[in-house]
Write a protein that binds this ligand. Structure first.
Ligand SMILES: *[C@@H]1O[C@H](CO)[C@@H](O)[C@H](O)[C@H]1NC(C)=O
Ligand SMILES: *[C@@H]1O[C@H](CO)[C@@H](O)[C@H](O)[C@H]1NC(C)=O
Ligand SMILES: *[C@@H]1O[C@H](CO)[C@@H](O)[C@H](O)[C@H]1NC(C)=O
Ligand SMILES: *[C@@H]1O[C@H](CO)[C@@H](O)[C@H](O)[C@H]1NC(C)=O
Length: 446
């Protein structure tokens, strides 16, 4: 635990410490933290609860008992389509299907663009242009395995597996079909090629923790990761400016920036564009619930009431491009919250260099690194972020992000939480299907 970072953290969240404390009287700092902020956090560290232990243990057990995936049998899948999150889910599903068949997944193509109704215009982009291929295999070793086409020996041929579709193609039928392919004669083929329309978007046979495990192995290629870092440092620069202004007014610890860890920021995945509003209103009618669509005002209001967020703090707004024209998204925020988006940060040029998929991947990374994330629980993008952030905390030994004052909290602004703020949000890692936590759901388990 980095003391400097905590000093900074406290400073931004409105608590006062003098500079001597910050500069290194570790014991005093710790004592203060125990009393003020870190008690819940530290108890999170020390008191790993049983659920979490189970998770940790089952992970390592499954690693030990796992002799890996065959490297001479392959699964090939169609080009993966739709938005970044759908593609990540579909990819994970392809991996888990390959695992079920004990086969190496031939590195698939994603789609760089979003013309999902015009399949011929979908611009394929190879997996390894977005995520690190070798890194994936080393992180996921023994669980799932990616291979490349030159690994093929072309000896025992290809069998085409036609997936069903439509209403009658239930999850049970889908799974039964897959299970047939574990056996001979199909198992003998070197390659099983899945054909059909985007098969992995439709059926979910795996528990949340299996998906989480695959997502964990997805590391952006350096080029894209660097772009995301550039955006993050722009955000932090803005934060540094405002906090040093405030800092020099209020106390004497603003100037020595070398001691300070990166300035915290909040990321809000703000879904208020017209397409979403139409979609979410329909969904509200269909499900007879009223807490899916949040207006701009409601989002600002709730973010302004996050407990412990005393500002001054930069708020990065991850919004659809259509909203960047609308300057009203930057006005009306509570004092102490400074909203920024791509244009205001002057990073729109970074995004413009890339196709849609990469732009989303950069935004995703920026939200994932935020100290506080606020999203909509009915959005898949937000849900995957909450999942990843929950994972990150579990790895740190924090068992529940539902309590106050945890590091990297996530919130759902569409659900009312304490003190008129957004509701705390943590993914239920024991859930039995991804659907429960990610497709149009208000289950946020806090
Ligand atoms: C895959 O097959 C190999 C060799 O037959 C076996 O050792 C391994 O346990 C299998 N892995 C899975 C995940 O079924
Ligand atoms: C097998 O076929 C693939 C695709 O046609 C080719 O790229 C690969 O080099 C071949 N592998 C071998 C070992 O001949
Ligand atoms: C919708 O929900 C409200 C309260 O939650 C309930 O009173 C009403 O009967 C429901 N309507 C339908 C059509 O289910
Ligand atoms: C998490 O999901 C499991 C399985 O569906 C369920 O039994 C449990 O109650 C859930 N926990 C929370 C906190 O929602």
């Amino acid at each position: 635990m980095d003391l400097a970072s905590n000093c900074k953290y406290q400073m931004l969240f409105g608590r006062n410490l003098n500079s001597i404390t910050c500069k290194g009287l570790a014991l005093i700092v710790i004592a203060l933290f125990l009393g003020v902020v870190l008690l819940p956090l530290l108890s999170g560290y020390g008191g790993i609860d049983k659920n979490n232990l189970d998770l940790v243990y089952s992970r390592s057990l499954s690693l030990d008992s796992d002799y890996g995936i065959r490297k001479d049998k392959f699964l090939e899948v169609p080009q993966i389509v739709w938005g970044l999150n759908n593609q990540k889910i579909a990819f994970a599903r392809a991996c888990l299907t390959a695992r079920l068949l004990n086969r190496t997944l031939l590195m698939p193509s994603f789609s760089a663009s979003l013309f999902y109704k015009e399949v011929d215009r979908l611009q394929p982009i190879s997996f390894d242009k977005v995520f690190q291929f070798d890194r994936f295999d080393s992180l996921c070793k023994g669980f799932v395995q990616l291979g490349s086409y030159p690994d093929l020996r072309n000896q025992t041929g290809v069998f085409e597996l036609q997936k069903g579709s439509g209403r009658k193609w239930t999850a049970e039928r889908d799974l039964d079909q897959l299970k047939q392919f574990i056996k001979d004669p199909f198992d003998g083929y070197e390659v099983i090629r899945i054909v059909g329309k985007n098969p992995f978007l439709w059926h979910d046979h795996w528990p949340v923790k299996d998906y989480a495990r695959v997502f964990d192995c997805l590391v952006l290629v350096d080029e894209i990761a660097k772009e995301a870092d550039r955006v993050v440092s722009k955000i932090r620069e803005v934060g540094k400016e405002i906090s040093s202004k405030i800092g020099s007014e209020q106390s004497d610890f603003g100037s020595d920036s070398s001691l300070l860890e990166p300035v915290p920021y909040v990321a809000v995945h703000m879904r208020i564009e017209i397409d979403w509003m139409i979609h979410c209103k329909k969904l509200e009618r269909k499900l007879n619930v009223s807490e899916i669509c949040s207006s701009r005002q409601e989002i600002m209001e709730r973010v302004g009431h996050i407990v412990g967020l005393k500002g001054p703090t930069v708020v990065y707004l991850a919004v659809a491009d259509s909203l960047l024209e609308d300057s009203s998204i930057l006005t009306g925020w509570k004092d102490g919250l400074l909203p920024v988006e791509k244009n205001k940060l002057g990073v729109d040029g970074i995004y413009k260099k890339y196709p849609y998929l990469i732009q989303s991947a950069i935004d995703y990374e920026v939200c994932s690194k935020a100290d506080v994330f606020v999203g909509n629980s009915f959005s898949t993008f937000s849900s995957l972020l909450a999942l990843e952030r929950t994972q990150k905390m579990i790895k740190m030994g924090i068992t529940s992000s539902c309590g106050a004052d945890v590091r990297w909290p996530s919130y759902a602004y569409n659900i009312l939480g304490e003190s008129n703020g957004p509701h705390k949000w943590m993914t239920n890692m024991s859930d039995t299907s991804l659907k429960a936590i990610s497709y149009g759901s208000n289950i946020i388990s806090c």
